[in-house]
Design a protein around this ligand. Structure first.
Ligand SMILES: *[C@@H]1O[C@H](CO)[C@@H](O)[C@H](O)[C@H]1NC(C)=O
Ligand SMILES: *[C@@H]1O[C@H](CO)[C@@H](O)[C@H](O)[C@H]1NC(C)=O
Ligand SMILES: *[C@@H]1O[C@H](CO)[C@@H](O)[C@H](O)[C@H]1NC(C)=O
Ligand SMILES: *[C@@H]1O[C@H](CO)[C@@H](O)[C@H](O)[C@H]1NC(C)=O
Ligand SMILES: *[C@@H]1O[C@H](CO)[C@@H](O)[C@H](O)[C@H]1NC(C)=O
Length: 656
């Protein structure tokens, strides 16, 4: 064995999920290698084979290439090959164990946590799942952490490329970590993220713990943190107790993604790393450590009153999932005195509550998720998930709220207006009465969008009008246009699905203009396009104002804007262009004459989500209607408004 040369830097190419496009990937790697190489090794993060279970043949590269398990079970022939060879799938292509630690000839310590986190499986399984299961569990993590401490290899034979260093490792630190998941805290303290959260992230809290222990210098994630995988590089951060060791996190887009429209996410990252030696200079953009700085580390996503108060539907209460073992009241029935459980002999519980009842026999592996430790009937993944994480509906079911066939109404983001919930986690079921309460406000459902009265609309109707009917449009006429796709703003809707949504939104706008005109009113539309890690659901407000005021709208926005430090861009189209793809938070107005106004929100500057409402209630001389909560009507009155509006809108409604 050669003595590792620890001073020379190692050239590494990290690539994102191949998703089965293995030949293409290797061809691409070859050409990158010819141009920028030669690389000492290639690290493939995320799904190499993709969900299609197709382990297509490949001729490999000239570089040593490590692959891992991403979001899916591995194909059977790959698992067999792994069992036969201990890792080498074909020449120079090595499959990393789910809890791998390998040390390269140059002395680099590379750790891998394969698979994904599932809160229902994580703690409940009794053994580490294999490659047939897409998950990692507490056992996998435990094994990984102990591997990082041990002197020897994980038992894999990497002799041809990665002879293992014999020297003992005195610490748990690793040079490079490969995962499919993102750590839950990784976006905390990151200006690059908080100023423009362009995607929603599902992180694994268990991976946070791993990072705190092994403090990788580079961490590559290629899978499910953001779905689909995106390229995102976090600012580096420091570990003060480790001599200012620096960690860099890089998420890679998928190489094998179908390119529907637009450009492919960046999927590779080339770098040099010295196995040891002097630390690089402290980069100028280091941030606070998101894993140790607990004061700033966000806990659970919670409602933050002022900002995420749900002004469309009112605050939606979250119902926490009850623990699986509790009865309906959380209490178990005490057995009568003298009772003995026939199964285990205990007098503490009835046989129906006996823990032995659900324990599978030795060696039993659940055939649904391939994780040992529970019977099939108790499998947490037994019911396949719908698009928003709840149960998948039966064939033919259509959600009554948004019309989708991919989730039940109790999981519908439109119906429940939850702030974005981490995908992959089981949906918390909102109370059914909540859905009952908002459904009655919907006035039109199109293909891509729907139209609904807001709770507490600006225009006073019925009892709020106090006898004097000043509403021009039947039912008041203030409505929201809401895209059914769950997106924080119109600019974050991905380009492949955006065109029909935008087209239908414009059709609704023009239908509303026509309706309002019929009743002597002009239309003002406004949209708060705030990108927020808390989520939110894109929507446009449409408010009818008397025609006599239509020429005063622009000045009203400018005047109130001046008072609040909100300025509008001179080049409206340029500003809108700048917002594309979720690069900027914005506030947009469509004036009665079709003109547009755009304000670009500065990162971190406060912006009142009530700004639009405030301008209009002032213009309408109805400042007492600024607070929507003070304007809420009874359900009966809401229904009457909905009826009147629907009837008046029918001739214009494109969905009919
Ligand atoms: C990983 O390594 C461990 C220990 O050598 C082994 O028991 C396990 O089967 C390997 N496979 C997977 C999928 O992690
Ligand atoms: C490791 O692999 C090499 C070549 O692939 C082989 O010669 C050697 O015997 C293997 N060692 C073990 C311990 O399996
Ligand atoms: C941080 O700065 C380095 C240069 O020191 C740069 O390569 C990297 O892209 C920057 N990262 C972010 C997230 O801005
Ligand atoms: C209020 O007046 C408008 C126009 O005069 C009429 O169309 C509408 O139906 C009235 N609304 C109610 C609730 O009476
Ligand atoms: C605004 O409304 C108040 C009563 O609410 C009224 O006294 C006042 O004259 C109105 N102003 C205008 C400009 O219409």
């Amino acid at each position: 064995m050669t003595t590792p040369n620890t001073t020379q830097s190692v050239k590494i190419l990290a690539v994102g999920a191949a998703l089965g496009s293995v030949r293409d990937l290797f061809a691409k790697i070859k050409s990158i290698d010819a141009k920028h190489g030669k690389f000492d090794c290639v690290l493939c993060v995320g799904d190499f084979f993709g969900p299609l279970q197709d382990a297509s043949a490949h001729d490999g590269t000239q570089d040593e290439c490590y692959i891992m398990q991403g979001n899916h079970p591995l194909p059977e022939d790959v698992i067999e090959k792994y069992a036969d060879t201990g890792g080498e799938l074909c020449k120079d292509v090595f499959l990393l164990n789910k809890s791998a630690l390998v040390t390269t000839v140059q002395g680099l310590r590379i750790a891998c946590l394969g698979g994904i986190y599932n809160p229902d499986i994580y703690a409940s399984s009794e053994a580490a799942p294999g490659f047939a299961s897409p998950f990692y569990t507490a056992h996998t993590v435990e094994r990984l952490l102990s591997n990082t401490l041990s002197k020897s290899t994980t038992g894999q034979n990497y002799s041809s490329l990665a002879a293992v260093r014999d020297s003992a490792s005195s610490s748990q630190l690793v040079d490079i970590l490969l995962t499919s998941d993102w750590p839950a805290s990784i976006t905390s303290n990151s200006p690059a993220f908080t100023s423009s959260p362009m995607f929603s992230v599902t992180g694994s809290p268990r991976l946070d713990d791993v990072i705190r222990k092994i403090k990788p210098r580079y961490h590559f994630a290629g899978g499910r943190g953001a779905d689909p995988p995106v390229f995102w590089e976090r600012e580096p951060f420091l570990w003060e107790d480790e001599g200012d060791r620096i960690t860099r996190f890089i998420s890679l887009g998928a190489f094998g993604s179908e390119r529907v429209t637009g450009k492919k996410e960046r999927w590779f990252y080339a770098f040099s790393i010295a196995p040891s030696g002097p630390q690089a200079k402290r980069p100028f953009n280091v941030t606070k450590n998101p894993f140790t700085d607990s004061a700033i580390r966000p806990h659970k996503r919670t409602f933050n009153t002022a900002e995420s108060e749900n002004f469309i539907w009112g605050n939606v209460e979250h119902v926490e999932k009850r623990s699986r073992t509790d009865g309906p009241s959380g209490e178990k029935t005490k057995p009568p005195s003298g009772y003995k459980c026939k199964r285990c002999g205990s007098s503490e519980h009835l046989i129906t509550d006996c823990p032995e009842r659900t324990r599978p026999p030795e060696g039993y592996v659940c055939r649904i998720c391939n994780v040992p430790g529970h019977l099939i009937r108790d499998c947490p993944t037994r019911h396949p998930a719908g698009d928003v994480g709840g149960r998948k509906p039966k064939e033919g079911y259509l959600c009554h709220s948004c019309g989708s066939g991919l989730h039940y109404i109790e999981d519908c983001p439109v119906a429940s207006q939850h702030p974005s919930r981490p995908r992959g986690e089981r949906a918390k079921k909102g109370p059914p009465k909540e859905i009952g309460r908002i459904k009655h406000l919907i006035v039109s459902i199109g293909t891509e969008c729907y139209l609904t009265l807001p709770k507490g609309q600006i225009i006073p109707t019925q009892s709020a009008a106090a006898g004097s009917n000043i509403s021009l449009v039947p039912g008041g006429g203030h409505v929201l246009i809401v895209p059914i796709a769950h997106q924080p703003t119109y600019t974050t809707i991905s380009p492949d699905i955006a065109p029909p949504i935008i087209e239908e939104t414009e059709k609704y706008k023009s239908a509303l203009r026509n309706l309002y005109a019929e009743y002597g009113a002009a239309a003002v539309f406004f949209e708060v396009g705030r990108l927020s890690s808390k989520g939110g659901h894109a929507h446009i407000q449409a408010v009818p104002i008397p025609r006599s005021l239509q020429d005063k709208v622009e000045d009203a926005f400018i005047g109130e804007g001046n008072a609040q430090g909100i300025s509008f861009e001179a080049d409206t189209d340029g500003a809108l262009e700048e917002c594309r793809g979720g690069r900027h938070s914005y506030f947009r107005v469509d004036l009665p004459d079709g003109g547009k106004m755009v304000h670009l929100m500065r990162p971190h500057a406060p912006f009142s989500i009530q700004f639009g409402r405030q301008v209009l209630v002032t213009l309408l001389n109805m400042t007492d209607r600024l607070d929507w909560k003070a304007c809420i009507l009874s359900e009966e009155e809401d229904k009457t408004d909905v009826e009147s509006f629907r009837k008046a809108f029918a001739p214009f409604d494109l969905s009919l």
